[in-house]
Design a protein around this ligand. Structure first.
Ligand code: SLL
Length: 153
């Protein structure tokens, strides 16, 4: 559809991961060398639902994972796994066809271990580690269809 000149619409989001150390009562299905459970995610801010304009999110994990490219087609856009190591995850976002927007990619370094000044204490408490970043989708001269999707209540 037609594009709206001189207009820009932004939508904020956060992406990143949470991780917790596996406990003694771990499931027997989890490989013995795995130390953490983690979730990598992309979501709206303040509970905003991104799925009106996000069609799918592809999380590309380390090749040590089976089917390392994980395509999530509906919210929550997230992948939960267990493992032992930190690595970079690419987070590729595809928009609905009405948007006529190219996909965008962000890179997130999966964090498993506490870091910073509180690290030692957090480690001893088995605390949840969170590493996330705020960003925003910027749509320049959006299609009319995307504009309607983003502005309807
Ligand atoms: C490292 N360069 O050496 C990184 C690689 C890979 C982590 C980390 C595999 C889990 C599985 C897993 O945790 N890979 O499928 O067994 O730290």
């Amino acid at each position: 559809s037609k594009r709206l000149k001189n207009l820009q619409i932004c939508r904020p989001f956060v992406y990143g991961n949470m991780a917790v150390p596996l406990k003694e009562d771990r499931s027997p299905d989890i490989p013995a060398d795995h130390t953490h459970s983690w979730t990598v995610f992309l979501k709206g801010v303040n509970g905003d639902d991104l799925s009106s304009f996000v069609k799918r999110v592809v999380f590309k994990l380390h090749e040590t994972y089976p089917n390392s490219s994980r395509s999530i087609e509906e919210p929550p856009f997230e992948v939960t796994e267990t493992g032992w190591g930190e690595f970079e995850i690419s987070v590729r976002v595809y928009f609905v066809p009405e948007a006529s927007e190219k996909n965008v990619v962000m890179y997130h370094h999966l964090k498993l271990h506490p870091y910073g000044p509180e690290a030692e204490q957090q480690k001893s408490e088995g605390a949840t580690v969170t590493s996330m970043q705020y960003d925003e989708f910027v749509f320049n001269e959006p299609t009319e269809a995307l504009f309607e999707i983003l502005t309807k209540k």
